[in-house]
Design a protein around this ligand. Structure first.
Ligand code: 4AD
Ligand code: MG
Length: 461
């Protein structure tokens, strides 16, 4: 096709007089007196390109009958548009129709509920909202790599199939080649010695443990990849398959970790405002009025830091009752997290130094003997978007903690080796990528920020 261009660059360059070809899906066809107007969208931006079809074009009659959703290629000359709302339009010289639609095409209306669209996740990339969300997702993925690269971090790939359960929450999906209908049994237990890896394995819940080993040689590293949790919770914030970004920094403590997380979030907010301006304007208009202002404030504000103990004291004084109990030693539920970030702070909040008994084995024990150097970053509406910690780098204390928690020091001897030889203070965190996108776009359900969501009972597309 001669001089084929995406609509985003056609509208940006507005090279009037140029011959070009554009391809995409018809959003609407309007027929006037001896002239037809196609609004054509190719997913490169929110805006559609107006295409003018004069009645002397051989394809005119066919164009007039085109339904919403048809796939076409149009060659013509870019002209100044006399109409309001657009600077240029394409005067068609040739129209090629690739795929028509019939009346059963489900995306006919301008506005469908997100719930309806989830049921047609294979078609929703053609809806404006999902175009905007997936473009923003793409831009932010790139921004993540740029942020870390500018700071000298090495991008590392940690395994997806693993024999360790990093978070120890028992939420791993199993990976096996054994016959699940009749697995080999020894003394009443499944015998994994004949399984593919010779031991039980699953999909990773976090790349952290391997990330730590890489940081112990490369200093500053990060992972960015799919993460799996068989958490049977049907909430707007949980997916069984989500993407996590996990930086790990050697020779760093909890304060360094929080500083990195704060810089990171602010950078991503700034990037979205600058590089996704049209999509952000769409979210501001259609999804969450004021989202641009909110994200801008986020990029410029200082994140508040508060100890868990203080957070509990604040919650105990709250002039309202919660569904879940509040007491020192209990984990914070989403309602508590939201109260703290929305009502107490009115913005992002780091909660630091949680009780050791509600956190993972690898977190560094504080001198008080009852808390660990953990941090969660909470934001309004979404709650926790980052979980991280300084790691226990002292071999004896780590082994003691593992014994207390019933975690095999033998199975993780490779992890303990990093504490045996050349150990050093280090810290890191995990950012839930989908939760970040929710926060930046104003989308309220995790199922609507990942193209094909995996949630309990749903893996059909
Ligand atoms: O707090 P989490 O469980 O922390 C870890 O996995 C650490 N190993 C990270 C580290 O220190 N390297 O998970 C980190 C983040 C959460 O804050 C949340 O944003 C996201 O991952 N997350 C989920 N996102 C969507 N669906 C789920 N089921 C999620 N579980 C965690
Ligand atoms: Mg967490």
């Amino acid at each position: 096709m001669s001089n084929k261009q995406h609509i985003v660059s056609i509208l940006k360059l507005a090279n009037v007089g140029v011959d070009l070809t554009v391809t995409g899906w018809v959003r609407s066809v309007r027929v006037g007196k001896g002239i037809a107007f196609i609004a054509l969208n190719d997913g490169s931006c929110v805006s559609s390109l107006q295409v003018i079809i004069e009645s002397d074009l051989p394809e005119y009659d066919e164009v007039c009958r085109l339904g919403t959703g048809s796939a076409v290629a149009i060659t013509g000359v870019l002209s100044e548009s006399p109409a309001a709302g657009q600077s240029v339009e394409l005067r068609a010289e040739k129209v090629t129709i690739y795929g028509g639609v019939d009346g059963s095409y489900p995306l006919q209306k301008k506005h469908h509920s997100f719930e309806f669209l989830r049921g047609i996740a294979h078609l929703r990339p053609r809806a404006n909202t999902f175009g905007a969300v997936f473009r923003t997702r793409s831009a932010l993925s790139f921004a993540i790599h740029r942020f870390f690269r500018e700071r000298g971090f090495v991008y590392v790939h940690t395994p997806i199939i693993t024999a360790n359960d990093c978070e120890g929450a028992g939420e791993q999906f199993k990976v096996t080649t054994l016959d699940v209908a009749a697995p080999p049994m020894t003394k009443g237990k499944i015998d994994f010695s004949n399984d593919f890896f010779g031991q039980p394995t699953g999909l990773t819940v976090s790349g952290q443990l391997e990330g730590e080993l890489l940081a112990m040689g490369l200093s500053s590293v990060y992972t960015f990849g799919p993460t799996f949790r068989a958490e049977n919770s049907n909430t707007p914030r949980h997916a069984a398959e989500f993407w996590m970004v996990e930086p790990e920094i050697a020779f760093a403590d909890l304060a360094d970790d929080a500083d990195l997380a704060e810089d990171f979030i602010k950078y991503l907010c700034g990037f979205a405002l600058e590089e996704c301006a049209e999509d952000m304007a769409f979210f501001d208009k259609q999804i969450e009025p004021g989202v641009i202002e909110r994200v801008r404030n986020l990029a410029e504000s200082e994140f508040v830091r508060m100890d868990y103990t203080e957070a509990i004291a604040r919650l105990e004084k709250a002039p309202m009752s919660f569904q879940y109990p509040v007491a020192w030693g209990l984990d914070l539920q989403t309602e508590h997290e939201r109260y703290l970030t929305e009502k107490i702070v009115g913005g992002p909040l780091f909660v630091l130094n949680y009780p050791k008994d509600i956190k993972a084995f690898y977190m560094r024990q504080n001198e008080d003997g009852r808390t660990v150097a953990a941090m969660d970053l909470l934001v309004p509406k979404v709650g926790e978007i980052i979980g991280g910690s300084q790691r226990e780098e002292r071999l004896d204390l780590l082994q003691m903690r593992m014994d207390e928690m019933g975690i095999s020091t033998q199975a993780l001897s490779w992890y303990l080796d990093s504490r045996r030889w050349g150990t050093c203070p280090h810290a890191g965190f995990g950012l839930g990528f989908e939760r970040l996108i929710m926060h930046i776009t104003g989308m309220e359900n995790i199922r609507d920020v990942i193209p094909f969501p995996r949630t309990p009972g749903h893996a059909e597309f």
